[in-house]
Design a protein around this ligand. Structure first.
Ligand SMILES: Nc1ncnc2c1ncn2[C@@H]1O[C@H](COP(=O)(O)OP(=O)(O)OP(=O)(O)O)[C@@H](O)[C@H]1O
Ligand SMILES: [Mg+2]
Length: 355
């Protein structure tokens, strides 16, 4: 099997103002189906543009599968849905070589992962062996079967859902697997207004049936290329490194955030900035992403667990405590003494825009 669009092929990056209007269109389209979840929808789009994978973790019936399907429907590309069950085999995901009687040769039958958007529903219901079949694909954008390596097509995004409450018959994702997700989001309940809108607008028919694609794989590749061009000033990078380092030094955590998570943080921040039509990253972007990008990879110490702390709360505290860069004068150096100023000054040159 030959990949049509590999990671190596260059595309024309989309200009920043077009990125904004195009992603606004995708968000609006998804919100025809999902009520009252604007921030969640935008984060899901940001993860797609950051070339990341998304884990949607929440209680039953809050629209996890619906969000994954709506995003997939909005982008005209190849989509595969995998319902994870205990009897799902690794080869169902990656593919298998079968013997062709006519050609007297082995032929590769691609598995479900050979798609632009892969919706993995209830991922923690599959055996660890099957879960781990996703590992190589997610990180390296390739699949190896019988010693032969096949490249996946760009864009490639896994959107996995899981229910954190029901533990019976599930296999919790191992740390290495969790680390491969750029972000974890919880849907949360809609507010009363949004829930009423849901009843009024979606009570009779499923709006997903009428949802049209407003983008396609080629355009998403241009969006991704545009996001890669978003500028990150040195002090902002230092801030990201400090944030990740703070998790490693926290006495409440026995596993801190990985260097991979630092990359995910920066890439997602670029995408979030681009969604707002900004061609540079602010420390605020990192702050707002710290919980969704870092919290799911961390492990609490036994004491912190006993004290009923959560990794979300630990990260939020670290973000509050850590000094925020506020001037280009600190380029490349450690951030200055704690400052609550997270936005560039209202007047004068924007300190994060030093191309
Ligand atoms: N915010 C929302 N806006 C619109 N519809 C919603 C919202 N939340 C839930 N729903 C509706 O609730 C139903 C259940 O949603 P869905 O199947 O996506 O839930 P889920 O979180 O995947 O649940 P499970 O964990 O049981 O698989 C769907 O019909 C969906 O449209
Ligand atoms: Mg579901």
């Amino acid at each position: 099997m030959t990949a049509q669009h590999t990671w190596d092929q260059a595309v024309e990056p989309m200009p920043i103002d077009e990125i904004k209007s195009h992603t606004d269109g995708i968000a609006k389209n998804i919100e025809l189906v999902i009520e009252g979840k604007s921030a969640t929808v935008r984060l899901a789009i940001a993860v797609l543009l950051a070339e990341g994978h998304l884990l949607i973790e929440d209680v039953p019936g809050v629209g996890k599968t619906k969000l994954a399907k709506a995003l997939a429907c909005s982008v005209d590309s190849t989509v595969r849905r995998i319902q994870f069950t205990p009897d799902l085999l690794p080869s169902d995901i990656t593919g298998v070589s079968v013997y062709n009687q006519e050609t007297h040769d082995f032929e590769f039958k691609p598995g479900a992962v050979f798609a632009n958007l892969v919706v993995g529903d209830e991922i923690n219901r599959a055996s660890p062996k099957t879960q781990s079949a996703l590992l190589e694909c997610m990180e390296e954008h390739q699949v190896t079967v019988d010693g032969q390596t096949y490249r996946l097509r760009s864009p490639f995004m896994v959107i996995a859902t899981q229910n954190p409450i029901e533990m019976e018959g599930t296999y919790p994702l191992p740390e290495a697997q969790r680390d491969r997700f750029a972000a974890r989001i919880a849907m949360g309940y809609p507010d009363a207004r949004a829930e009423l809108d849901m009843l009024n607008l979606h009570g009779a028919a499923d709006p997903l049936d009428d949802l049209n694609a407003v983008s396609d794989a080629e355009t998403v590749r241009r969006l991704i290329a545009g996001v890669r061009d978003i500028h990150v000033a040195e002090p902002v990078k230092v801030y990201a490194v400090n944030l990740v380092n703070a998790t490693r030094e926290s006495p409440e955590l026995r596993l801190g955030a990985s260097p991979r998570s630092c990359l995910h943080l920066l890439r997602t921040a670029r995408a979030v900035a681009a969604l707002e039509g900004r061609d540079y990253v602010l420390p605020d972007d990192l702050q707002s992403l710290a919980v969704p990008v870092l919290a799911h990879r961390l492990m609490l110490t036994a004491e912190a667990q006993m004290a009923r702390r959560t990794t979300d709360a630990v990260i939020s505290d670290l973000v509050h405590r850590l000094a925020v860069p506020h001037s280009r004068g600190h380029r490349g150096a450690a951030p200055p003494a704690p400052s609550v100023q997270t936005r560039p000054p209202e007047t004068g040159q924007d300190p994060y825009r030093d191309r």
